[in-house]
Design a protein around this ligand. Sequence first.
Ligand SMILES: [Zn+2]
Length: 161
Amino acid sequence: MFLYTPEYTANEVLAKHWSDMRLPVSPVVIARRAGVDVRAGDPRELEGASGWYRLAHSRPLILFNGSESPTRQRFTIAHELGHHFLEHGERKRDTPSEFSASTFDFVEAAANRFAADLLMPATAVTWLVENKGYVSIEALAREFLVSEVAMRYRLKNLRLI
Ligand SMILES: [Zn+2]
């Protein structure tokens, strides 16, 4: 477990499953290519949570909360994919506290880092900022279909702001 960093793993997954390099990155397409089922969970099974990574008939399954905003749903699916590719095993349901940047849970923080790197590939962010003149966080967040909060973190992390 934890042989590779979330950053390394996200780049490996992008290299393998994001060959068209189109934006926004689709975590659903990546999941399906990797043999992971994805569907909106019904409210009873999710119990109000945002997402859940589990095994169903020994196949990996990601459930997401379809009543949340599209950017949240995308981040949730990418986060649950982090649990899958980082081999965290079956997890409990993820609530907003797991997605918080201030989480103290090492495993959840790793899944969040994976999600950010997957949805906002370093090469694409750097290219838009340095070659396409993108300066606004709002415009970048629209391009990557992520929240402005997530976009700001990613830009800081890449030392672009
Ligand atoms: Zn999680």
